[in-house]
Design a protein around this ligand. Sequence first.
Ligand code: ADP
Ligand code: ADP
Ligand code: MG
Length: 661
Amino acid sequence: MFKKILIANRGEIACRVAATARRMGIQSVAVYSDADAHARHVTFCDEAIAIGPAAASESYLNIDRVIAAAKQSGAEAIHPGYGFLSENEAFAAACEKAGLVFIGPPASAIRAMGSKSAAKSLMEKAQVPLVPGYHGDNQDPVFLQGQADQIGYPVLLKATAGGGGKGMRIVTRSEDFADALSSCQREAKNSFGDERVLVEKYLTRPRHIEIQIFADTQGNCVSLFERDCSVQRRHQKVLEEAPAPGMSEERRQAMSAAAVAAAKAVAYVGAGTVEFIANQDGSFYFMEMNTRLQVEHPVTEMITGTDLVEWQLRVAAGERLPQLQHELTITGHAIEARIYAENPEKGFLPSTGRLDYLHMPQAVQFTQGAVRIDAGVTQGDVISPFYDPMIAKLIVHGKDRAEALARMAQALAAFQVVGPATNVAFLGRLIASEPFAAADLDTGLIERHHDSLFPQPQTLPLAVLALAAVSLVRSATSATGEPWAQLSGWRMNSTYQRSFAFSSEAGVQTIQLSYRRDALWLEAGDLQVPLKDISVSQAAVQVRMDGLQLQGHVVRQQDTFHVFHAGHHWQILWRDPIAHAGEGEADEGRLTAPMPGKIIALLVSAGERVARGAPLLIMEAMKMEHTINAPSDGTVSELLYAVGDQVDEGAQLLSLSVGEA
Ligand code: ADP
Ligand code: ADP
Ligand code: MG
């Protein structure tokens, strides 16, 4: 076995490969771009070598630099992960030339499967069923349109060099063919440097079912069964599961046999996936072969109890497959959800930014089943525009599909991200949706159920308003458990009230908090409920509302509150009346306290020039801090109170001469 390997990738897959290497006593070497100097995979591996600028073409895709890093580190083999150089024939050949083992198939197999057209010709010979279509060399537009007319519409145009759901066009009428073809060719040329296309019958309501195969150098090739990856957006997988719901043993064997035949036709070695498109009646056709480890390989690992990276390492080191076909069985059901930094409401457009707050569910191994998280990021990391916006993969296993689903729903509910937009909430709705729960799967599921998957914004439940308001009660737990008992800024013997206006997509909602002798009361409309046993510890907020124990997490970013409660992420904007108190008074240059409280910090001094919005002083009222900002540009003419002073409602705090100095 190897003593040291280099991992030519980043993110979750680099960490995942390193974890297996560590378990097997193999040293791992990371490579990283300038953008990834502090990335998780860099610290996770035993060594790390910088290979260039952020742009992938100058780092992770730069064959010479990756090979040089491997030589420098003394690694004996390179694991390419997925994406980047994993299906690059020249890279596999360069490894060999440099005396390094490429942990993947022979370069010849990558070449054979690299073009979707050439692969189809090969499969035709191996008698693997193909979608009706044209995959030949003739690229004459008139000829191709003639082929499409013969196949019958709708047809799908695909870049033969394509991948990642790119370079595809559905054409529904002959008249649209020419335009679709040129646009497809343009995208193919831009994305893959090869404008050739193939034409296929476009199946309606198909399922994407793929077979994981594994071959060794001793002539063994097994099927590790199927994965159903039908739930997609933009022809890209969102949820994957194994086994495929409704799969019969007979069909599984037929698909496995076709996949193994495909692998044998190209003298395959290592991990590979043969993707099929299947009709609802179960008939299936070869689509393409991915000559690498797949993103969704963990669902297969979970149902077969294998570690496919370990298999890859053993096969690459010349060992026999750890298990042969008769030793492989399926146990339970596994589902993977890809957590992406993207905006489902905006057509699933990728989103970027810092992961300001990241709380992932706990990984657990149950006697039957598990929750697994494959992540390449930690809180504070940035999802940059340079690479794939996947944040993590959440994988669950249960004794059956229903249990796996329930576990997934629970785990998703505990996945909290503040920073870039994510698909977490969307995944939660998808998992809970009627068609997914009923396993009524096909590649159009998301589009067809768009309306129910994207419901109208809901008004904020009282619990959410209560959690947001309570989170403003700073370091609330006192010895008596009555946070407000020690409060200096309010009058012990009178009722003290404060309004909060929260706005969300559903509009503005106002509540009052009032401090009475016995409790903090929340009032909303006609409703009045006591809030007791308040505890705020960092993001975690607990409160007993009218006898109901509420728990949630509240993450505040300026005036935006992210409330995580009952599996939902609510984004609400707080319009702080104190912060905005001066706005109406700008002309007079006076700033008054809208309620009694204590001055806890002065941020400016007399005579200082301030710009509109500049923080002037911090006031504490009802155990909550508020910054008072300059309502306009001006000069501070006088400060009327000192730190520690109590001020009454309406008291002028400072004066500001408005305008140019
Ligand atoms: P898979 O076929 O393994 O499920 P996808 O179809 O989702 O993968 O992705 C297609 C391609 O997109 C992958 O082959 C890979 O080239 C690229 N890709 C996806 N995720 C990443 C990532 N995190 N880093 C780099 N490339 C990625
Ligand atoms: P990629 O290389 O981008 O993964 P694939 O050929 O694997 O491209 O196709 C990606 C997805 O596009 C499939 O999972 C499926 O949802 C859809 N698709 C591909 N071919 C067809 C077809 N002939 N009819 C209907 N949908 C298809
Ligand atoms: Mg594919």
